[in-house]
Design a binder for this molecule. Structure first.
Ligand code: CTP
Ligand code: MG
Length: 224
């Protein structure tokens, strides 16, 4: 079964507020993108990679992959205005004979083989997709403005991460169905769920921290 990775790295990183897109901000000695790219390239679970880079940053992304010796990088596409558009552009580069697609955010540098194995095992069990999820530690309230309306049962909630893996045809269908419309989902699982797909949640990884602001960058650097 051939597994393709789509690496979404085309965001501008507005909340990080650096002088360059988030994927190219330093994490330790290297651009943030280097960490997830190298880890996916080294993974025995991944056969090939498509990177979505910010407009104007395609060349630096390709050079970085070459410098790192990431031979599985098959294409680098120009990302779109939203994550959904960037993912759709990268998915369009995945060949039709691919069996599964793992969509990952460069903003979560510390992707591991353990999580990929759990996700791909779920596909082998017959699920359309699988995502890593963590239990929610805080008590969660539903609010209307600043008034609390309801305390939500957190035992039934999961905070989901990437990578998210899908049967390739299922993801293609879900992404294509929504082309041209503003997407009603914020992750690929949302697109697949909306298309009627069955998605399993597997154990997430606390190390899959998402880099949003400068403090997150420090937290991830400490975990390297
Ligand atoms: N992403 C993308 N294309 C976009 C927007 C986001 O490929 N047009 C990617 C980002 O590169 C990131 C992931 O989606 O790896 C999650 O997005 P987020 O953390 O929101 O990153 P940014 O959009 O870059 O950050 P911000 O929202 O602060 O601008
Ligand atoms: Mg964003």
């Amino acid at each position: 079964m051939s597994v393709w990775a789509v690496l979404a790295a085309a965001g501008s990183g507005e909340r990080l507020g650096a002088d360059r897109p988030k994927a190219f901000v330093r994490l330790g000695e290297r651009p943030l993108l280097a960490e997830s790219l190298e880890r996916l390239d080294a993974s025995a679970w991944i056969d090939a990679i498509v990177v979505a880079a910010p407009p104007g940053w395609e060349e630096p992304a390709i050079l970085l992959a070459e410098e790192l010796g990431c031979g599985k990088v098959s294409a680098c596409v120009t990302g779109g205005a939203t994550r959904a558009e960037s993912v759709a552009a990268a998915v369009a580069e995945v060949p039709l004979d691919a069996a599964a697609i793992a969509v990952h955010d460069a903003a979560r540098p510390l992707v591991s083989d353990d999580v990929l194995e759990r996700l791909l095992r779920a596909l082998n069990e017959g699920w359309d997709g699988a995502v890593p999820g963590l239990a929610v530690a805080d008590t969660v309230k539903r609010v209307d403005g600043d008034r609390i309306v309801e305390t939500v049962d957190r035992s039934a909630l999961r905070a989901v991460q990437t990578p998210q893996v899908f049967v390739a045809d299922v993801l293609r269908g879900a992404v294509a169905m929504r082309a041209g419309e503003p997407p009603a989902w914020t992750d690929c699982s949302g697109a697949v769920e909306a298309a009627g797909g069955r998605v399993k949640v597997v154990a997430g990884d606390p190390r899959l921290v998402k880099v949003t602001d400068a403090a997150d960058l420090e937290r991830v650097a400490a975990l390297l």
